[in-house]
Design a binder for this molecule. Sequence first.
Ligand code: NAP
Ligand code: G4F
Length: 383
Amino acid sequence: MSKVALITGVTGQDGAYLTEYLLKKDYVVHGLKRRSSSFNTDRIDHLYQDPHTENRNLILHYGDLTDSLNITRIIQETQPDEIYNLAAMSHVKVSFDTPEYTANADGIGTLRILEAVRLLGLSGKSRIYQASTSELYGLVQEVPQKETTPFYPRSPYAVAKLYAYWITVNYREAYKMHASNGILFNHESPVRGETFVTRKITRAVSRIMLGMQEKIYLGNLSARRDWGHAKDYVKAMYLILQQDVPSDYVIATGITTEVRDFVKMAFAEGGVEIAFKGEGADERGYIASIDEKVFKEKVGGEYLSAMSTKKDKVVVAVDPQYFRPTEVELLIGDPTKSKSVLGWNPEYDLPGLVTDMMTGDIKLMKRESYLRSGGYRIMNYFE
Ligand code: NAP
Ligand code: G4F
């Protein structure tokens, strides 16, 4: 018999990778997806199965974490062995603009799932994974951060996730539920949301190198994050739910890097060296040199002459609109427990992640550029 998983947030970055991973393990996967006025299933379209397909093993359900009735009905109908609660308003900066909604979806949404499992008498059957976050450490009280490090959240997002973390622990202790928190540090990929800093950078750097954009505006260049690859992190989620005893785990690489250095690494993928000058809001990044051989190989010879005219020009600037009212300056996790207990071992390091993201975005932007020119010409031809 195949195991049954329910994934909330199935259309998000992690939802997509986890769905792919569990389908390969022969699970039947039910995914909770929000109704949207335009398609929001891009990341899982390659896995989609038509509702008329017999014996489907990926089934999508309309739903929302703010709707208790809907959550309870879907859990009752699907009777999942494992629930991965990945749905959330996951953008830290946006949570300052939508604090009440964030608390409802990210905080109370978790309670809705736990309580539905309890009320439906599934406490002994359905194991629950809660997508907790390194944002809980916020104004860090210890370096590196581990499972026992005290929390100090610094945004409405992190405060909502703090509630979700503790209500998960409470239901585990009160009702003997197999409910666990994965305290995941930042993890990225070629399908990372476009407004998180890594993807914003890899998209913009690709566009700059292809002559589609002049420069990128960023916020705090000195923030440091422990960045891993989402493909590795969904494996940890799975491992957490395979343990006999539920518990909470830090999932991280143990290496921290400045946003500024991520920018340098992204440009270096195309052989472009960036130097930074100035401080705070006046800091600027300009092109110091171009390795033509690498550029031709990774980006394409036809883009080289336009790129060469940008030498010594500013391509990175700071815009204070991206600063946060309260910032998390440093995150670095200690993954000792997850490595020893779960046997979790990530395949990607940061250079591998940057290469994967840049390769994806250069390809994507070339297609966009082609559609803009050739694509329109074809449309006009038929008109
Ligand atoms: P993501 O790409 O932003 O995906 C979030 C998912 O949640 C999307 O499918 C989104 O639907 C859905 N969603 C948002 N609000 C919802 C609601 N009210 N009801 C139902 N679904 C809703 O996030 P991610 O990077 O995959 O992260 C997955 C989870 O891990 C999130 O809970 C996030 O907070 C947490 N986390 C992420 C990281 C990280 O670095 N990526 C680190 C630690 C923890 P739409 O597609 O319709 O928007
Ligand atoms: O990429 P970010 O927006 O990610 P952040 O805030 O660390 O949150 C992400 O990781 C958390 C895990 O720790 C998740 F829980 C959360 O759901 C999300 O996935 O920003 C990273 C850093 C910040 O310090 C930010 O101030 O980059 C800095 N930054 C600098 N310029 C920027 C920008 N961030 C964004 N989004 N956009 C900028 O232009």
